[in-house]
Design a binder for this molecule. Structure first.
Ligand code: ZN
Length: 313
């Protein structure tokens, strides 16, 4: 076997063992719902696609992970959008996740920056700023069985993202929760070296002793991104967070950055705009470029395609 092949094999093995995964579990006789995920690859992909500056990669990565954890208890046809509308240099974050473990998202300003905070870490709070945290749950959108969306909102209480998810769950959904979201970055490629998190939700009937035990173990657990860099799986994270409380895994699935855009959708979007505008694209730009907000994929339509669209209109 050639050296090259060995290296390839090694890379593939590594990829397999580090595939992004999410688990959904239950503990304390069903009174505690717990979910956890390792999202290193999908956060790295988001950072690469959007060319994110480090603090922004941390902010978007935490939001992507939080949205996936929140979406893990959705029904098959549901999806949810987490939107942070804020006055910091990032200008806002939008993330959409579905029950299949697919997530996509973007920020308004990928090049936002802030100096390190007093702990010497990326100052996510400073790039996010103050504002609102929205969660929209939609059902059956893609199959035409559309129901009125549910939208909840709370003010941002922290800007560090995990605390904002926890506050949203507690205030808007009346589910007291502990949330940990982390992204670790290193100075050279691949910049995102670890990402993941967990969510522990106290459902009605959770007793005080369970709640205080969990609060105590969560506050003492090692940093999630350090555990992930050392090879921890989502269930290792939950074990660290729940301590002596046993849990049962109900679902385990791969998670990934995935977008529903396509060349065909770009064409149909251009077909829906004004004839005069398409004529001007043809005249002035000799084509058109459509860039997807969510994944930054650019679709180029040449003169022939634009002519075709005009003929079909
Ligand atoms: Zn896209």
């Amino acid at each position: 076997m050639s050296q090259r092949k060995v290296e390839q094999g090694r890379l593939e093995n590594r990829k397999d063992s580090q595939q992004d995964t999410l688990i959904l579990g239950t503990a304390a006789g069903g009174t505690v719902r717990c979910m956890s995920a390792v999202t290193t690859n999908l956060v790295a992909e988001a950072a690469r696609r959007h060319d994110l500056w480090p603090t922004v990669a941390a902010a978007l990565g935490r939001t992507l992970t939080g949205a996936l954890l929140l979406a893990s208890s959705l029904k098959e046809l549901d999806r949810l959008t987490v939107q942070i509308v804020s006055d910091g240099p990032i200008g806002g974050i939008t993330v959409e996740a579905n029950a299949q473990g697919q997530v996509r998202g973007y920020v308004r300003n990928p090049e936002a920056h802030a100096p390190y905070n007093e702990k010497g870490k990326f100052d996510v709070k400073a790039v996010v700023g103050c504002g609102m945290f929205y969660v929209t749950r939609e059902s059956g959108y893609d199959v035409g069985l559309y129901r009125e969306p549910y939208r909840g909102s709370v003010p941002l209480v922290s800007g560090e993202i995990a605390e904002d998810f926890a506050y949203y769950l507690t205030k808007s959904e009346q589910i007291p929760s502990a949330v940990i979201l982390g992204v670790h970055l290193q100075p050279s490629a691949p910049y995102v070296s670890a990402a993941g998190g967990l969510m522990i939700q106290m459902m009605p009937g959770a007793d005080e002793k369970t709640i205080s035990t969990i609060e105590s173990t969560v506050s003492k657990m090692p940093q999630a991104t350090i555990m992930i860099r050392e090879g921890a799986t989502p269930s290792d994270l939950l074990r660290a967070a729940l301590g002596s409380i046993e849990f049962e895994i109900l679902d385990e699935k791969p998670v990934s950055f995935a977008c529903s855009c396509s060349y065909e959708r770009a064409v149909s979007l251009i077909s829906s705009i004004d004839r005069a505008e398409i004529e001007s694209m043809l005249r002035e730009d000799k084509g058109a470029v459509m860039t997807c907000h969510f994944c930054n994929e650019a679709y180029r339509l040449g003169e022939d395609e634009l002519e075709n669209i005009l003929q079909g209109q």
